[in-house]
Write a protein that binds this ligand. Structure first.
Ligand SMILES: NC(=O)C1=CN([C@@H]2O[C@H](COP(=O)(O)OP(=O)(O)OC[C@H]3O[C@@H](n4cnc5c(N)ncnc54)[C@H](OP(=O)(O)O)[C@@H]3O)[C@@H](O)[C@H]2O)C=CC1
Ligand SMILES: Cc1cn([C@H]2C[C@H](O)[C@@H](COP(=O)(O)OP(=O)(O)O[C@H]3O[C@@H](C)C(=O)[C@@H](O)[C@H]3O)O2)c(=O)[nH]c1=O
Ligand SMILES: [Mg+2]
Length: 287
C-alpha cells in the first residue's frame, strides 16, 4: 500500500496524517501546493507516474465560500481542473482515488436528510465547482470513491469553531443564523472514516455521505462551542440568514444521510457535540 495525501496542510490533510501514521506508518507521501501544485497537469502526471500509488486521497480544495463568488476561475482551477489532473494520472497507474466533496452541492430545500442519489442543485459558486469536480472525476475515473461531508472543523486552519472562539475574546454580542441547519463534522472523525475505506479489503466505488450524527443550526453550533469551551457567558442572539447578509447563498437544510457509508465500511459517526468536545480539548488557549 502506497498512499498520496494531497492538500496535506489543510484541516483534513493534517488529520489524515495523524490517523495514517498511527494505523499504516510510513506508507504515505504528503504533498502541499509547494511540493505538488495540483493545477499543474504535467507535474501531477509525472509525480503520480513516478510513485505508482495504490491510493490517492484528495484533501486539497478551494474552500473559501464567500471569495469563490468573485474568484470563480481560481476556484474552478482547484476544485475541477486539479481533480481532472489527478483522475487522468491515476487512471494510467490504476491508482484508486478518494475525493472529498460537500453538502453545498445541494440546494437545501429538502425536509429529510439527503441520500447519495438525491438530486443535486448547487446554489453557490463553491458548490457548483465541487459538483463539477464530482462529475469530472466520475467521468474520468469511474472507480473512484467520493465522500461528501459538511461543516468541517478541526484545531487547524479556518473553520466556524475557531471563528467563534476568536469572536468570544472580543467581548461583543454576537448574532448567528438559526435557519441554516446541518451537521458539524470533526475532521478527525472524517479522517478515520477515509482511512478505513483506504485500508478496507473491499473497494466499493461511488458516492458516500459522511458527517457526525445529529443536527444543528449554526446558532446551536455556536452555543455549543461557547458552552463546551468555558465561554458560556458570551451573548449570542439567534437571527434569520436574511439578517446576516453574505455574498454566497448557503443551503437552508443540508443534513446528509450517512447510512450507506456506515453499512458498507462500518465507520463510526459520533454525535457532533461529543466530537466538538474532543476537538476543543485539543485547542489550547480557548478562553
Ligand atoms: N471546510 C469545510 O467546512 C468543508 C470542506 N469540505 C471539503 O473537504 C475537503 C477538505 O477541506 P478542508 O480540509 O477544510 O480544506 P482546507 O481549506 O483546510 O485545505 C485545503 C488545502 O488545499 C490546498 N490547496 C489549494 N490549492 C491547491 C493546489 N493547487 N495544489 C495543492 N494544494 C492546494 C490548500 O493550500 P493553501 O492553504 O496553501 O491554499 C489547503 O492546504 C475539501 O474537498 C472541501 O471542499 C466539505 C464540506 C465542508
Ligand atoms: C461569523 C458568523 C457567521 N454566521 C453565519 C454565516 C453563515 O450562514 C454561517 C456559516 O458561516 P461560515 O462562513 O463559517 O461557513 P461556510 O464557509 O459557509 O461553511 C461551509 O464551508 C464549505 C467549505 C463547506 O463545504 C460547507 O460544508 C460549510 O462548512 O454562519 C453568523 O450568522 N454569525 C457570525 O458571526
Ligand atoms: Mg468559510
Amino acid at each position: 500500500m502506497k498512499i498520496l495525501i494531497t492538500g496535506c496542510n489543510g484541516q483534513l490533510g493534517l488529520e489524515m496524517r495523524n490517523v495514517l501514521e498511527r494505523i499504516v506508518p510510513g506508507n504515505t507521501i504528503y504533498t502541499d501546493v509547494e511540493l505538488l501544485d495540483l493545477t499543474d497537469f504535467k507535474a501531477v502526471d509525472l509525480f503520480v507516474a513516478k510513485h505508482e500509488f495504490t491510493h490517492i486521497v484528495n484533501c486539497a480544495a478551494y474552500t473559501n465560500v464567500e471569495k469563490a463568488e468573485e474568484e470563480k476561475a481560481l476556484c474552478t482551477q482547484i476544485n475541477v481542473e486539479a481533480v481532472k489532473n489527478l483522475a487522468n494520472a491515476a487512471s494510467k497507474t490504476g491508482t484508486k482515488i478518494v475525493h472529498v466533496s460537500t453538502d453545498y452541492v445541494f440546494d437545501g430545500n429538502a425536509n429529510r436528510p439527503y441520500c447519495e442519489s438525491d438530486k443535486v442543485n448547487p446554489i453557490s459558486q463553491y458548490g457548483t465547482s465541487k459538483r463539477l469536480g464530482e462529475t469530472a472525476l466520475i467521468a474520468l475515473a469511474p472507480e473512484s470513491i467520493i465522500v461528501r461531508t459538511a461543516w468541517l472543523y478541526s484545531p487547524h486552519g479556518h473553520n466556524f469553531v475557531k471563528t467563534m472562539l476568536s469572536l468570544a475574546k472580543k467581548n461583543i454580542p454576537l448574532s448567528v443564523v438559526t435557519d441554516q441547519v446541518g451537521t458539524p463534522t470533526y475532521a478527525l472523525d472524517l479522517a478515520e472514516a477515509i482511512a478505513k475505506i483506504v485500508t478496507a479489503r473491499q473497494w466499493v466505488p461511488g458516492i458516500y455521505h459522511f458527517t457526525n450524527s445529529g443536527v444543528a443550526s449554526w446558532f446551536d453550533f455556536a452555543k455549543a462551542v461557547f458552552r463546551l469551551s468555558g465561554n458560556g457567558a458570551v451573548s449570542v442572539s439567534p437571527i434569520p440568514a436574511a439578517d446576516y447578509p453574505t455574498v454566497a447563498k448557503r443551503p437552508y437544510y443540508s443534513v446528509l444521510d450517512t447510512r450507506r457509508i456506515r453499512a458498507t465500511y462500518a465507520v463510526e459517526t459520533p454525535y457532533w457535540e461529543d466530537s466538538l468536545a474532543h476537538c476543543l480539548n485539543r485547542i489550547v488557549d480557548i478562553k
